[in-house]
Design a protein around this ligand. Structure first.
Ligand code: NAI
Length: 336
């Protein structure tokens, strides 16, 4: 099929080109983001391949349809950037990559936690500046600490297993999963309130839905242990950022390691180093010595990119062949 590949990043091209040897689709790579203003690039293509930062709203979909596009192939698990109702009304098919590498994200969450707790990111900068002082770098042993995991799905479970390997006590909350055992070590199921109150580290691995939007707000932060560390590789809007800033300013929260942010659009994945940052909340968050932020990169491993390329291209081939579409996203699905 002729596919217009939007928001192309250099890091993904080789994986798609290699995987496409088997599928033989005609891929044209555009670094441009897909939105209402850029749909004209899709003229003459049967499908578009999109990234999480593309804005595929009703107007964009209408224009895509006019240009002859029949398929929206997302190379992501999330689909909050697509107006699914509008796509269904226009008869456009939306496909996604439901899971790639849980290890990529879980290992990254552990990396963020270690960096923040032991100040590795700050030490790197200090030493390069020939400042060999250790002041301000005291962390804590993870061994014997209580780690609370919210969302014990594919990623949360791998994260829990790694933390058990560190000798942590792991507790978890997930409405759909009970207590479980890993190599004779127990992940104890607890209620959310108990998790907030007893955890030294809390890591979020659940989807963003209308129910989980801002689930960590003032009340939940106040319940957390003094000095607790919050890790979020899930979705930014799981946390009320303004409440997070208040908990950091008061000194109640020990730190936050964030790979996601609720207002990522227009900032994450972009080089703004020559620009003025217009988001005052993010700007404030970046001033804390005990906050570590990265730009939604937890998924970024070779294994995950390979899987994303393979599944996306298989999705396109299935669509072309009129085969069953196990990765189709329907309008009634409620993840945001
Ligand atoms: P999954 O679907 O395997 O697991 C999610 C778990 O969350 C499920 O067990 C579900 O029962 C649980 N859950 C649902 N609602 C909950 C609630 N209210 N409270 C507690 N648990 C709840 O998903 P997976 O693959 O583990 O991914 C988790 C999240 O990680 C994704 O939803 C996505 O937002 C995020 N993610 C982030 C990436 C990054 O690069 N930062 C990359 C991939 C995923």
């Amino acid at each position: 099929m002729k596919i217009a590949f939007f928001s192309h990043h250099h890091f993904e091209k080789e994986f798609f080109e290699r995987s496409n040897e088997k599928h033989g689709h005609e891929l044209t790579f555009f670094s441009t983001e897909l939105n209402q203003l850029t749909t004209s690039l899709s003229l003459g293509f049967e499908g578009v391949c999109c990234f999480v930062s593309d804005k595929i709203d009703a107007k964009a979909l209408e224009l895509l349809k006019k240009n002859g596009v029949r398929l929206i192939a997302l190379r992501s698990a999330g689909y909050n950037n697509v107006d699914l109702e509008a796509a269904a009304a226009l008869g456009l098919t939306v496909l996604r990559v439901p899971a790639y590498s849980p290890h990529a994200v879980a290992e990254y969450a552990v990396g963020l936690l270690l960096s923040l707790n032991r100040r590795i990111h700050r030490a790197f900068g200090r030493v390069r500046d020939l400042n060999f002082s250790l002041e301000g770098f005291v962390g804590f042993d993870l061994n014997q600490k209580t780690v609370g995991v919210i969302g014990l799905g594919r990623i949360g479970r791998v994260f829990a297993e790694i933390m058990l390997g560190f000798g942590c006590r792991v507790i978890a909350f997930d409405p759909h999963v009970g207590s479980s055992e890993v190599d004779g070590k127990i992940i104890t199921y607890v209620g959310l309130e108990e998790l907030y109150q007893s955890s030294d580290v809390i890591s979020l691995h659940l989807p963003l839905t209308p129910e989980t939007h801002h689930m960590i707000a003032h009340k939940e932060l106040a319940l957390m242990k003094e000095g607790a560390v919050l890790v979020n590789t899930g979705r930014g809007a799981l946390i009320d950022t303004v409440a997070l800033i208040a908990a950091l300013k008061s000194g109640h929260l020990g730190g936050a390691a964030l790979d996601v942010y609720e207002e990522e659009e227009g900032v994450f994945f972009k080089d703004l180093s020559d620009k003025v940052l217009m988001d005052d909340v993010l700007a404030r968050l970046l001033t804390f010595p005990n906050v570590l932020i990265t730009s939604h990169q937890a998924f970024l491993t070779q294994e995950a990119l390979e899987k994303i390329a393979n599944v996306t291209l298989q999705n396109i081939t299935d669509f072309q062949n009129g085969a069953e579409l196990p990765n189709e996203v329907h309008a009634k699905t409620h993840m945001i």
